[in-house]
Design a protein around this ligand. Structure first.
Ligand code: HEM
Ligand SMILES: *[C@@H]1O[C@H](CO)[C@@H](O)[C@H](O)[C@H]1NC(C)=O
Ligand SMILES: CC(=O)N[C@H]1CO[C@H](CO)[C@@H](O)[C@@H]1O
Length: 328
């Protein structure tokens, strides 16, 4: 010890012990909030970028005030990001002359909201350069979009790293709009989601639209699971061409349980929507969400947190991209 008077010495020892205790407590608190073995946690940017949450929230809020339809874009972007290569920002990477990225797959044709992610990234690079990953930005933006659209409030752990792979062929791992309930259950099951998680997540279709090309196959055959009046509505939409948009429900910018009420009355837009009501494996869940919006919100937020942790890359398994459009 470098301290001379015994009293001062004691003081230093006590201080050191207090500091250690504080540190240990902090570790307990932080690890208590994090999930399982994963190194993600709620306070990941507490010291390195303390204003990350308000920056994301304010930017999403501003963007949605200009264009409320972007909430749907941000939520869908997060889903596509997580289902391909894990939640690692791969959905944001641009194609190069040597590589055609996920973005340029037909499945991504109508992904929207990239400019909101860019705005957030720019602001965060000003405040804390090289610290916040694009994958975390996508996950936080989706969460805030749900909130501003009137959906549940929830927090997500942070600490995802950005990946370095984005290939068009990987997008075959996305579910197709013509899938039946068994196929959906199987595909989501392979990623650790229950049928109930899958139905709750499909409830994201309370926001946004589908283009005619995603459902027109339903109009060329007799489909007993499609209400006949609603079939006329869909046909009318399609008379304006393949890219004409059909809202999933009557409140396309509001996060509510209208979508599930529509399924109960055979007014689902996609085959993959309507099948959730018509299949005995998932019908009870649809009925429950149609009757009880609070239950849908609770299950949705839990499933979203789960989705946001899908195959995340931590530590040296990824990087923090400087520019979300390209690997460093
Ligand atoms: C269950 C399997 C799913 C299938 C087959 C599916 C398929 C689709 C299709 C085909 C569209 C319309 C694309 C277009 O025509 O432009 C769409 C839109 C959308 N999807 Fe899904 N989806 C699924 C699950 C999810 C999940 C899990 C989420 C998010 C948690 C999600 C969020 C959205 C949103 C918000 C839109 C509207 C986008 C907009 O208006 O810009 N979907 N989905
Ligand atoms: C769902 O689709 C698969 C693949 O097309 C098919 O084998 C299966 O019979 C279908 N299930 C039902 C219940 O229609
Ligand atoms: C927003 C975006 O990047 N969309 C791309 C989706 O894929 C098509 C090609 O299939 C591109 O032309 C779009 O630019």
């Amino acid at each position: 010890m470098l301290c001379k008077p015994p009293l001062k010495c004691l003081k230093i020892v006590i201080m050191a012990n207090l500091l250690t205790m504080f540190f240990v407590m902090e570790m307990i608190i932080v690890s208590g909030l994090s999930f399982g073995a994963s190194g993600l946690n709620m306070n990941y940017y507490l010291l390195s970028c303390p204003f990350v949450e308000p920056v994301v929230k304010n930017t999403v809020n501003r963007a949605l005030q200009d264009d409320p339809t972007l909430a749907a874009g941000l939520v869908r972007m997060h889903f596509h990001d997580c289902f391909i290569e894990g939640c690692d920002g791969s959905v944001l990477i641009d194609s190069t002359k040597d590589n055609t990225a996920e973005k340029d797959s037909p499945a991504n044709l109508s992904l929207r909201g990239y400019e909101v992610i860019d705005d957030i990234k720019e602001e965060l690079e000003n405040q804390c350069p090289g610290v916040v990953s694009c994958a975390d930005i996508v996950a936080m933006a989706a969460r805030d979009a749900v909130f501003f659209a009137g959906g549940p409030v929830y927090d997500i752990p942070k600490g995802r790293k950005d990946g370095t792979r984005s290939k068009i062929e990987d997008t075959i791992n996305l579910p197709a709009p013509f899938f039946n309930a068994s196929e959906l259950i199987k595909m989501f099951g392979q990623r650790g989601f229950s049928a109930r998680d899958m139905v709750a997540l499909s409830g994201a279709h309370t926001l946004g639209v589908a283009r005619c090309s995603s459902f027109k196959h339903r109009l060329t055959q007799v489909d007993p699971t499609l209400d006949s009046e609603f079939a006329k509505t869909l046909s009318k939409t399609c008379s304006a061409g393949d890219t004409a948009e059909q809202p999933f429900d009557s409140t396309r910018n509001d996060f509510d349980n209208e979508y599930f009420n529509d399924l109960v009355s055979n007014n689902g837009v996609l085959t993959s929507d309507q099948t959730l009501y018509n299949s005995p494996q998932t019908r009870n869940i649809v009925n429950a969400y149609a009757m009880n919006q609070a239950l849908f919100f609770l299950d949705f937020q839990q499933a979203m947190v789960k989705m946001s942790m899908l195959d995340v890359k931590e530590g040296f398994k990824g990087e923090v991209r400087k520019n979300c459009h390209k690997i460093n």
